[in-house]
Design a protein around this ligand. Structure first.
Ligand code: UDP
Ligand code: MG
Length: 312
Protein backbone atom coordinates (compact mmCIF):
# COMPACT_ATOMS: atom_id res chain seq x y z
CA UNK A 1 0.00 0.00 0.00
CA UNK A 2 1.26 3.54 -0.73
CA UNK A 3 2.59 5.25 2.37
CA UNK A 4 1.54 8.70 3.51
CA UNK A 5 2.51 10.73 6.57
CA UNK A 6 0.47 13.73 7.69
CA UNK A 7 2.83 16.34 9.16
CA UNK A 8 1.22 18.80 11.60
CA UNK A 9 3.23 21.71 13.06
CA UNK A 10 1.74 22.79 16.39
CA UNK A 11 2.67 25.78 18.50
CA UNK A 12 0.45 26.39 21.52
CA UNK A 13 -2.47 24.56 19.96
CA UNK A 14 -3.89 22.83 23.05
CA UNK A 15 -7.29 24.43 22.38
CA UNK A 16 -7.85 22.65 19.08
CA UNK A 17 -5.55 19.66 18.96
CA UNK A 18 -8.02 17.01 20.15
CA UNK A 19 -10.78 18.19 17.83
CA UNK A 20 -8.26 18.32 15.03
CA UNK A 21 -7.07 14.79 15.66
CA UNK A 22 -10.62 13.46 15.77
CA UNK A 23 -11.53 15.12 12.47
CA UNK A 24 -8.29 14.04 10.84
CA UNK A 25 -8.73 10.46 12.11
CA UNK A 26 -12.15 10.20 10.52
CA UNK A 27 -10.73 11.23 7.15
CA UNK A 28 -7.73 8.91 7.40
CA UNK A 29 -9.92 5.91 8.30
CA UNK A 30 -11.60 6.23 4.91
CA UNK A 31 -8.34 6.20 2.92
CA UNK A 32 -6.92 2.95 1.56
CA UNK A 33 -3.35 3.96 2.43
CA UNK A 34 -0.66 3.10 4.95
CA UNK A 35 -0.99 6.21 7.13
CA UNK A 36 0.93 7.93 9.92
CA UNK A 37 0.39 11.26 11.67
CA UNK A 38 3.43 13.22 12.80
CA UNK A 39 3.00 16.19 15.13
CA UNK A 40 5.82 18.68 15.47
CA UNK A 41 5.64 20.54 18.76
CA UNK A 42 7.41 23.80 17.94
CA UNK A 43 8.46 24.61 21.51
CA UNK A 44 4.93 25.22 22.80
CA UNK A 45 4.56 26.90 26.18
CA UNK A 46 1.19 25.35 26.98
CA UNK A 47 0.23 21.68 27.38
CA UNK A 48 0.34 20.91 23.64
CA UNK A 49 3.01 18.25 24.22
CA UNK A 50 1.05 16.38 26.89
CA UNK A 51 -2.02 16.38 24.65
CA UNK A 52 0.12 14.99 21.85
CA UNK A 53 1.33 12.28 24.24
CA UNK A 54 -2.24 11.21 25.01
CA UNK A 55 -2.98 11.16 21.28
CA UNK A 56 0.05 8.92 20.76
CA UNK A 57 -1.13 6.64 23.57
CA UNK A 58 -4.58 6.23 22.04
CA UNK A 59 -3.75 6.17 18.33
CA UNK A 60 -0.98 3.76 17.27
CA UNK A 61 -0.35 5.52 13.95
CA UNK A 62 0.55 8.80 15.67
CA UNK A 63 4.10 9.98 16.33
CA UNK A 64 5.66 13.30 17.30
CA UNK A 65 8.76 15.45 17.43
CA UNK A 66 9.39 18.06 20.07
CA UNK A 67 11.76 20.81 19.02
CA UNK A 68 14.16 22.25 21.59
CA UNK A 69 12.52 25.70 21.37
CA UNK A 70 10.16 27.69 19.16
CA UNK A 71 11.81 27.81 15.73
CA UNK A 72 8.84 29.14 13.76
CA UNK A 73 6.45 27.34 11.48
CA UNK A 74 8.72 27.09 8.48
CA UNK A 75 11.42 25.30 10.45
CA UNK A 76 8.91 23.14 12.32
CA UNK A 77 7.62 22.01 8.93
CA UNK A 78 11.13 21.25 7.76
CA UNK A 79 11.80 19.15 10.86
CA UNK A 80 8.60 17.22 10.26
CA UNK A 81 9.27 16.64 6.57
CA UNK A 82 12.86 15.57 7.27
CA UNK A 83 11.47 12.88 9.56
CA UNK A 84 9.35 11.41 6.77
CA UNK A 85 11.85 8.94 5.35
CA UNK A 86 9.48 6.73 3.38
CA UNK A 87 6.44 7.52 1.28
CA UNK A 88 4.74 10.83 0.62
CA UNK A 89 3.69 13.57 3.06
CA UNK A 90 0.80 15.95 3.60
CA UNK A 91 1.42 19.22 5.41
CA UNK A 92 -1.55 20.61 7.34
CA UNK A 93 -2.13 23.27 10.04
CA UNK A 94 -3.40 22.13 13.43
CA UNK A 95 -6.00 24.89 13.76
CA UNK A 96 -8.51 23.33 11.31
CA UNK A 97 -8.14 26.19 8.85
CA UNK A 98 -6.98 23.59 6.39
CA UNK A 99 -9.88 21.12 6.25
CA UNK A 100 -8.62 17.54 6.71
CA UNK A 101 -11.59 16.48 4.54
CA UNK A 102 -9.64 17.76 1.53
CA UNK A 103 -6.85 15.22 1.96
CA UNK A 104 -8.61 12.55 -0.18
CA UNK A 105 -8.71 14.99 -3.12
CA UNK A 106 -5.00 15.71 -2.67
CA UNK A 107 -4.33 11.97 -2.60
CA UNK A 108 -6.37 11.50 -5.76
CA UNK A 109 -4.16 13.98 -7.67
CA UNK A 110 -1.05 12.37 -6.22
CA UNK A 111 -2.16 8.97 -7.44
CA UNK A 112 -2.86 10.50 -10.83
CA UNK A 113 0.89 11.16 -10.99
CA UNK A 114 1.44 14.65 -9.52
CA UNK A 115 4.34 15.40 -7.19
CA UNK A 116 3.13 18.53 -5.48
CA UNK A 117 -0.59 18.95 -4.94
CA UNK A 118 -1.36 22.23 -3.24
CA UNK A 119 -4.65 23.44 -1.85
CA UNK A 120 -5.74 26.85 -3.10
CA UNK A 121 -8.31 28.77 -1.06
CA UNK A 122 -11.23 30.26 -2.89
CA UNK A 123 -12.34 32.40 0.07
CA UNK A 124 -10.87 33.69 3.28
CA UNK A 125 -13.60 33.55 5.86
CA UNK A 126 -13.18 35.09 9.27
CA UNK A 127 -10.36 37.33 8.11
CA UNK A 128 -10.61 41.10 8.01
CA UNK A 129 -10.78 43.07 4.76
CA UNK A 130 -7.39 44.54 5.57
CA UNK A 131 -5.80 41.10 5.98
CA UNK A 132 -7.27 40.01 2.66
CA UNK A 133 -5.99 43.17 1.02
CA UNK A 134 -2.45 42.79 2.38
CA UNK A 135 -2.37 39.11 1.44
CA UNK A 136 -3.49 39.92 -2.12
CA UNK A 137 -0.93 42.72 -2.39
CA UNK A 138 1.77 40.37 -1.17
CA UNK A 139 1.02 37.63 -3.69
CA UNK A 140 0.82 40.17 -6.48
CA UNK A 141 4.19 41.77 -5.71
CA UNK A 142 5.80 38.36 -5.26
CA UNK A 143 4.54 37.43 -8.69
CA UNK A 144 6.18 40.50 -10.21
CA UNK A 145 9.44 40.41 -8.31
CA UNK A 146 10.39 36.80 -8.10
CA UNK A 147 11.73 34.42 -10.69
CA UNK A 148 9.90 31.51 -9.08
CA UNK A 149 6.14 31.60 -9.64
CA UNK A 150 4.48 31.19 -6.26
CA UNK A 151 0.85 30.12 -6.59
CA UNK A 152 -1.58 32.74 -5.31
CA UNK A 153 -3.76 32.19 -2.23
CA UNK A 154 -1.94 29.05 -1.36
CA UNK A 155 -0.78 28.23 2.13
CA UNK A 156 1.45 25.39 3.17
CA UNK A 157 -1.41 22.86 3.00
CA UNK A 158 -0.26 20.40 0.35
CA UNK A 159 0.84 16.91 -0.54
CA UNK A 160 4.41 16.10 -1.55
CA UNK A 161 5.43 12.93 -3.36
CA UNK A 162 8.54 11.00 -2.42
CA UNK A 163 10.75 12.62 -5.04
CA UNK A 164 9.44 16.09 -4.16
CA UNK A 165 10.33 15.39 -0.51
CA UNK A 166 13.80 14.20 -1.49
CA UNK A 167 14.32 17.38 -3.50
CA UNK A 168 13.04 19.60 -0.71
CA UNK A 169 15.27 17.80 1.79
CA UNK A 170 18.29 19.02 -0.14
CA UNK A 171 17.39 22.69 0.26
CA UNK A 172 19.08 23.50 3.55
CA UNK A 173 18.96 27.28 3.50
CA UNK A 174 18.33 29.02 6.82
CA UNK A 175 15.95 31.61 5.43
CA UNK A 176 13.11 29.27 4.70
CA UNK A 177 10.20 30.61 2.78
CA UNK A 178 8.43 27.28 2.36
CA UNK A 179 5.83 28.37 -0.19
CA UNK A 180 8.69 29.47 -2.42
CA UNK A 181 10.77 26.35 -1.83
CA UNK A 182 7.81 24.09 -2.62
CA UNK A 183 7.44 25.80 -6.02
CA UNK A 184 11.14 26.06 -6.68
CA UNK A 185 11.71 22.30 -6.76
CA UNK A 186 9.45 21.96 -9.81
CA UNK A 187 8.19 18.51 -10.92
CA UNK A 188 4.52 18.01 -11.69
CA UNK A 189 2.48 20.45 -9.62
CA UNK A 190 -1.25 20.94 -9.50
CA UNK A 191 -3.85 22.54 -7.26
CA UNK A 192 -7.13 21.64 -5.61
CA UNK A 193 -9.59 24.40 -4.57
CA UNK A 194 -11.20 24.70 -1.16
CA UNK A 195 -12.92 27.13 1.20
CA UNK A 196 -10.64 28.49 3.89
CA UNK A 197 -12.43 28.28 7.24
CA UNK A 198 -11.91 30.54 10.25
CA UNK A 199 -9.73 29.25 13.08
CA UNK A 200 -11.62 26.82 15.35
CA UNK A 201 -9.99 27.96 18.58
CA UNK A 202 -6.84 29.53 19.98
CA UNK A 203 -5.39 32.58 18.28
CA UNK A 204 -3.27 33.17 15.23
CA UNK A 205 0.46 33.42 15.84
CA UNK A 206 0.81 35.83 12.94
CA UNK A 207 0.48 39.49 13.77
CA UNK A 208 1.16 42.09 11.09
CA UNK A 209 4.76 42.47 12.24
CA UNK A 210 5.46 38.76 11.68
CA UNK A 211 3.54 38.80 8.41
CA UNK A 212 5.60 41.77 7.26
CA UNK A 213 8.76 39.89 8.13
CA UNK A 214 7.52 36.86 6.24
CA UNK A 215 6.91 39.08 3.22
CA UNK A 216 10.46 40.50 3.35
CA UNK A 217 11.72 36.95 3.81
CA UNK A 218 9.80 35.79 0.77
CA UNK A 219 10.94 38.63 -1.43
CA UNK A 220 14.59 38.58 -0.42
CA UNK A 221 15.02 34.84 -0.62
CA UNK A 222 13.47 34.56 -4.06
CA UNK A 223 14.38 37.80 -5.77
CA UNK A 224 17.20 40.26 -6.06
CA UNK A 225 14.89 42.84 -7.62
CA UNK A 226 15.18 45.24 -4.63
CA UNK A 227 18.93 45.41 -5.23
CA UNK A 228 18.30 46.28 -8.85
CA UNK A 229 15.77 48.90 -7.70
CA UNK A 230 18.61 50.80 -6.02
CA UNK A 231 20.46 50.83 -9.35
CA UNK A 232 17.42 52.20 -11.19
CA UNK A 233 16.74 54.89 -8.60
CA UNK A 234 20.43 55.84 -8.73
CA UNK A 235 20.36 56.05 -12.53
CA UNK A 236 17.17 58.09 -12.53
CA UNK A 237 18.44 60.62 -10.01
CA UNK A 238 21.76 60.89 -11.86
CA UNK A 239 19.78 61.59 -15.05
CA UNK A 240 17.67 64.23 -13.33
CA UNK A 241 20.75 65.79 -11.77
CA UNK A 242 22.36 66.04 -15.20
CA UNK A 243 19.36 67.83 -16.72
CA UNK A 244 19.09 70.14 -13.74
CA UNK A 245 22.83 70.83 -13.89
CA UNK A 246 22.53 72.01 -17.49
CA UNK A 247 19.61 74.24 -16.53
CA UNK A 248 21.62 75.82 -13.73
CA UNK A 249 24.60 76.32 -16.02
CA UNK A 250 22.56 77.95 -18.80
CA UNK A 251 20.77 80.15 -16.28
CA UNK A 252 23.95 81.43 -14.65
CA UNK A 253 25.66 81.98 -18.05
CA UNK A 254 22.86 84.04 -19.54
CA UNK A 255 21.20 85.66 -16.57
CA UNK A 256 23.91 85.59 -13.91
CA UNK A 257 23.07 83.98 -10.62
CA UNK A 258 23.12 85.82 -7.30
CA UNK A 259 23.35 83.28 -4.42
CA UNK A 260 19.95 81.76 -4.09
CA UNK A 261 18.55 78.29 -4.19
CA UNK A 262 18.83 77.24 -0.55
CA UNK A 263 15.48 75.39 -0.68
CA UNK A 264 16.39 73.39 -3.80
CA UNK A 265 19.74 72.53 -2.25
CA UNK A 266 18.16 71.25 0.95
CA UNK A 267 15.57 69.30 -1.01
CA UNK A 268 18.13 67.56 -3.16
CA UNK A 269 20.42 66.75 -0.23
CA UNK A 270 17.60 65.36 1.89
CA UNK A 271 16.10 63.39 -0.96
CA UNK A 272 19.35 61.82 -2.04
CA UNK A 273 20.31 61.14 1.59
CA UNK A 274 17.05 59.26 2.04
CA UNK A 275 17.50 57.28 -1.15
CA UNK A 276 21.04 56.35 -0.17
CA UNK A 277 20.01 55.14 3.27
CA UNK A 278 17.20 53.12 1.74
CA UNK A 279 19.59 51.50 -0.73
CA UNK A 280 22.02 50.76 2.11
CA UNK A 281 19.17 49.17 4.05
CA UNK A 282 18.30 46.95 1.10
CA UNK A 283 21.92 45.88 0.75
CA UNK A 284 21.97 45.28 4.50
CA UNK A 285 18.97 42.93 4.24
CA UNK A 286 20.79 40.77 1.75
CA UNK A 287 24.08 40.97 3.60
CA UNK A 288 22.39 39.90 6.84
CA UNK A 289 20.89 36.90 5.08
CA UNK A 290 24.25 36.04 3.66
CA UNK A 291 25.72 36.21 7.14
CA UNK A 292 23.04 33.91 8.55
CA UNK A 293 23.67 31.39 5.77
CA UNK A 294 27.43 31.51 6.12
CA UNK A 295 27.27 30.42 9.76
CA UNK A 296 25.97 27.06 8.55
CA UNK A 297 24.07 26.36 11.74
CA UNK A 298 21.79 23.34 11.90
CA UNK A 299 18.19 24.32 11.20
CA UNK A 300 16.69 22.93 14.41
CA UNK A 301 17.28 20.63 17.37
CA UNK A 302 14.99 17.82 18.41
CA UNK A 303 14.41 17.46 22.13
CA UNK A 304 12.25 14.38 22.04
CA UNK A 305 11.09 12.01 19.35
CA UNK A 306 8.17 9.61 19.65
CA UNK A 307 7.82 7.19 16.78
CA UNK A 308 4.36 5.88 15.96
CA UNK A 309 3.81 2.47 17.57
CA UNK A 310 2.53 1.34 14.23
CA UNK A 311 5.02 2.84 11.77
CA UNK A 312 5.03 2.29 7.99
N1 UDP B 1 3.03 27.25 14.06
C1 UDP B 1 4.24 26.70 14.43
N2 UDP B 1 5.22 27.52 14.92
C2 UDP B 1 5.06 28.87 15.05
C3 UDP B 1 3.83 29.43 14.64
C4 UDP B 1 2.83 28.60 14.15
O1 UDP B 1 4.45 25.49 14.34
O2 UDP B 1 5.98 29.54 15.50
C5 UDP B 1 1.95 26.36 13.54
C6 UDP B 1 0.60 26.54 14.24
O3 UDP B 1 0.50 25.73 15.37
C7 UDP B 1 -0.38 26.13 13.15
C8 UDP B 1 0.33 26.56 11.86
O4 UDP B 1 1.71 26.70 12.20
O5 UDP B 1 -0.56 24.72 13.11
C9 UDP B 1 -0.24 27.85 11.32
O6 UDP B 1 -0.16 28.86 12.30
P1 UDP B 1 -1.28 29.98 12.46
O7 UDP B 1 -2.63 29.35 12.44
O8 UDP B 1 -0.92 30.78 13.65
O9 UDP B 1 -1.06 30.82 11.15
P2 UDP B 1 -2.18 31.33 10.09
O10 UDP B 1 -3.13 30.20 9.85
O11 UDP B 1 -2.83 32.50 10.73
O12 UDP B 1 -1.38 31.66 8.88
MG1 MG C 1 -4.15 29.30 11.11
Amino acid sequence: MPQLTVVVPAYNESAVLETFHRRLGKVLDSLPLDLCVLYVDDGSGDDTWSIIETLIATDPRTGALKLSRNFGKETALTAGLDAVTTGAAVVIDADLQDPPELIPSLVEQWQAGHDVVYATRSAREGESGFKRFTAAAFYRSMERLSDTAIPRDTGDFRLLSRRALDALGQLRERQRFMKGLFSWIGYRQTSVRYLREPRQGGTTKWNYWRLGQLAIEGITSFSTAPLRLATWVGLASAGLAFVYGIMVLVKSLFYGDPVRGYPTLMLVILFLGGVQLLALGVIGEYLGRNYAESKQRPLYFIEEQRLPRNPH
